[in-house]
Ligand binder design. Sequence first.
Ligand code: AMP
Ligand code: MG
Length: 349
Amino acid sequence: MKITLKALFSLVFSLLAFFLASCSSLGPRFERLLGTVCFVNLYESGKERYYDEIFDRLKQIDEEFSFDTVKSDLYRINAFAAKEDVRVSDDVFTVLERAQKISEITDGAFDLTVEPLVNLWCINTNSPHLATQDEIDERLPLVGYKNIILNPSDKSVRFAKEGVRIDFGGIAKGFAADEIVKICKKHRIRRAVIDLGGNVYVYGKKKKDALWNVGVKNPEYPDSAPLVKLALPEISVVTSGTYERFFEDKDKRYHHILSPKTGYPVDNQLYSSTVLCTNSMTADALTTAFFVLGREKTMEILPSVRSELGIDLEVIFIEKNHNVYFSKDFPYTRAVLYRDWRIFRNQAK
Ligand code: AMP
Ligand code: MG
């Protein structure tokens, strides 16, 4: 067989193109899911099929935890669990169990049953409502995590009374981040940044022996440079803050983290609470809970929260008086980037 020079060139070129296409990485990719923008960067491991698998999984989670789809587990729970046992997916049951555990150890500061209050204030929507005391009093009896009864034998849920409803807004993104990490591990992806609307997971090593730089927002200028800069190994960093979702009325800010006890947006010294730990679902629920509990109470219970959950976790509180508190013995390198903020190391009792 006679091979012409032109044919040889074209063969070599095609092989080279094929080789480069299979080596070249794609991404990052982002999509609007779970009520926020979900961003994933797989760097040099970024292949179309990995991104597809990750975003298909996110879509599946979105459907299970969605308020809108009649077929979703959340819809079925809220519609029927007061009358009958509602069987749910493994995903939803996992999140329910973790949520209940965190409610128990935070004395109900985190509580999925805040939904009737979330629905009253409508802070996450374009038409928020300034709730009256009467409206709040009407709904408070429906709030209480003990109104959720879980049956692990058939993964079903039952509500103790009529009118109870649940909201996964304070925990679902963390669960989703952990599920993406599982996919990364399965494919031996070297490094990734996962950011699900501020629910961050830095996975693997940034470079050989290099740590990740992660910022915590300046609550007064959330769109500018971060207030705190951290150098971190593989970990999840989750923040709950007053600047995320809110409305203002007569110079008062009403934000989206509600006290299950009073029914109002939590009004304390805090701008934000941040939790760092290797389980993003836990970090997500705990930031909400710690915001509700406030700094002093959180620092008091932190050792017992760690031992109850069997996990290392660190916290950062940013206060309205420009104090930034780190948990005692905070092990990571950190810097506060604005001069008029003071750093404290909190002494847990
Ligand atoms: P996060 O941004 O993680 O603090 O979650 C806030 C979201 O969780 C809100 O938008 C509500 O949907 C829901 N939520 C508000 N307050 C609570 C609470 N005390 N416990 C559990 N979920 C809450
Ligand atoms: Mg949360």
